[in-house]
Design a binder for this molecule. Sequence first.
Ligand SMILES: Cc1cc2nc3c(=O)[nH]c(=O)nc-3n(C[C@H](O)[C@H](O)[C@H](O)COP(=O)(O)O)c2cc1C
Ligand code: SF4
Length: 765
Amino acid sequence: MPHLGIFELPDELLDLWHQYRIPIILSTFGLLTAVRLGLHFKYGRPKAMVSSMPGSPRPSLVDGVEKPLVDIKIRPLESGEKAVVYTEKPKPVKSARKHSPKRVTGKKVRRPKGTGQMLFDPEVDSIRPLIFYSSLAGTTEKAAGKLASDINHWIRDRQTAGDSKLLETQSHDLSYVEYDDFFITAPKDEPNTKYFYIVIIPSYDIDTVLNTFLEHLQETHHDFRIDTAPLSGLVGYTVFGFGDREGWSTEEEGFCSQAIEVDKWLAKLTGRKRAFPLGMGDVKTDGAERLGEWLSGIQDALVDIAAGKGLGEGVAGSGNAVASDEEEEEPNSKASLDDVEDLGKSYRGPVEKDSEEWAPMAIDFTTFNKPASAPAPAPAPLKEMVPKSSPTYASLTKQGYTIVGSHSGVKICRWTKSALRGRGSCYKFTFYGIKSHLCMESTPSLSCSNKCVFCWRHGTNPVGTTWRWKVDPPEVIFEGVKEGHYKKIKMMKGVPGVRAERFAEAMRIRHCALSLVGEPIFYPYINEFTAMLHKEHISSFLVCNAQHPDQLATLNHVTQLYVSIDASNKESLRKIDRPLHRDFWERFNRCLDILREKRFEQRTVFRLTLVKGFNIDEEVEGYADLVAKGLPCFVEVKGVTYCGTSTSSAAGLTMQNVPFYAEVQAFVVALDAALARRGLSYGIAAEHAHSCCVLLASTRFRRDGKWCTRIDYGRFFELLESGKPFGPDDYVGDETPEWALWGNGGFDPRDERVDRKGKKKIVEI
Ligand SMILES: Cc1cc2nc3c(=O)[nH]c(=O)nc-3n(C[C@H](O)[C@H](O)[C@H](O)COP(=O)(O)O)c2cc1C
Ligand code: SF4
């Protein structure tokens, strides 16, 4: 037997070990792991440090002051030695609450009235008055301009006399201003400058930009994320309203209703900083006088604020309760907001909002303070767009429109009268073969979403971004517009010069120009309406303003589809069309994309209306880019018509803005060249010098080297009735007559030329 050392194993055991060592190792490892896991589940994870000794004190910003998370005290012991005692402080509340949803309860701690912080420091600060105005027909815009000039004169006089606290005013049109820049918090653009808001607006009981503005104020007030008085950084505000007592004699009947509303919301948003009471003036009687009084009030208020006296105590306008009763919170509507603010307070404690400790908290709104199953309010009955009793109705009928139902109109145009007398048709005859005396001009929507500077509607048009009115059925409109049109034609019977054969022909409408005023595709049943026209073989030319892409995308076949291209870039379009839609440029571009997609389905036209000083200079390249984007079949270029209304003059439009025909021609030549440079196949096809209008056409409409811009109307109806897909190339008409071609003037030699002395530049749009 071999000798075994103390740690030596017998050979048998070693053999056994070599034979079974792997299963033995594996089972031992498995056993140990099972024991470890068992201990873990029974006692939890063993702590890395079980001693109660605290770690190093860490700084914290509780209450905005650096404090340790433990208290450290030195305590003398009986032995005479000293001991260090650590006491752990509770963790800051923040980390416990930050991430957990909270059910909100409690009451808002109300700010005492009349104590809105007066942030103005007369030692270092200056005041800049900001004038905000809105205007549809121009009265308020003009008044706001005069007000700015009066205040600035007065301020300059004061500056000369040594008072440098007041800075000159800046004016903003509420149609274009970014509300978020001015009506969520007070501006902070200039250092050591505080702002005073002067708001001057008309009131309209139709849909206008003022509704959007009021909605913004209201939403800001109700937005739980925003402080209740987010505009309290202003040093004051005041509002003036223009109204018309003839139509709205009392406040109950709506006199200056929107100014009253704006004043109310601003009182809430500023924490009751009304510096001078709401002024109201009747535009037809005492408007100027009331405005003068209000101006004196503003001046007094500015002097007081600049002198550090604030808004005054205990008098109307001071923000005192006496003046502000009507602005008390509505009992229910703000309940939730109050509680949320209360929550903010309890959570934030003394920590300032902008300190590092402030953090938003998740709030479970699903369980919070639901109104106890309040019955849903009954929907308000829909209004008529143009009620018979409204000033719009009176104004439009005065301008010669026949109002059909509550939102449609028809008007006999001057070219129809001219054609009846054999004095020539409009450019539509020259380019497309439409005889003006067979043409009816109408619209199923008098409302649109622009306020174009050259609009014929004299500022009385209803405007809106969405259809909010009672809808008339298409049959009613169709019958109504035909009746209105025939009635007006019949009235021409006795007019000297009317040709009998043309009069007889005119009693059968062959064409409908849906381009009168307003936006035809705004009407929810536009497809049904055009189907009725087509059923009676009345062709349709529909003009839209490139603001309603969704409606454009779903539009059925029309004989010719126009999009107004009033400018070549965003800024210029904003200035000239004054659109209500804030995303007007995006809408415009989407419409161009849709037109491009539809170019083999619809006969598409870009209509450019040139306004000198607005949209001609240096815009040729921009227009060429738009043509490249939309690839229309045709581009019609026209000079604007000067209509001499207050709207146009308030927009700065005069006869000087009407281009001469030679200028229109020069523009068209430049545009043609710009299109060629882009490799686009267009050419100048025809002209109608009489109405300052030139036609560029895609070479798709050139056959055997000749322009064929006219339409085969019979073929159009055949194709439509076949129910099969078709496009503009399928109903191209005869070649454009010689007299209509570019360079030949475009006047039908069979008609009699009448010299309209002194009005040569007046054209239709
Ligand atoms: C369609 C329309 C609706 C109007 N609605 C009201 C109204 O509800 N209350 C009022 O006081 N004045 C109303 N007016 C009168 C205008 O507020 C008044 O003419 C004002 O001066 C127009 O200002 P603007 O020219 O700056 O647009 C209305 C006028 C029109 C044409
Ligand atoms: S789109 Fe037509 S109707 Fe509307 S404002 Fe412009 S010109 Fe007038």
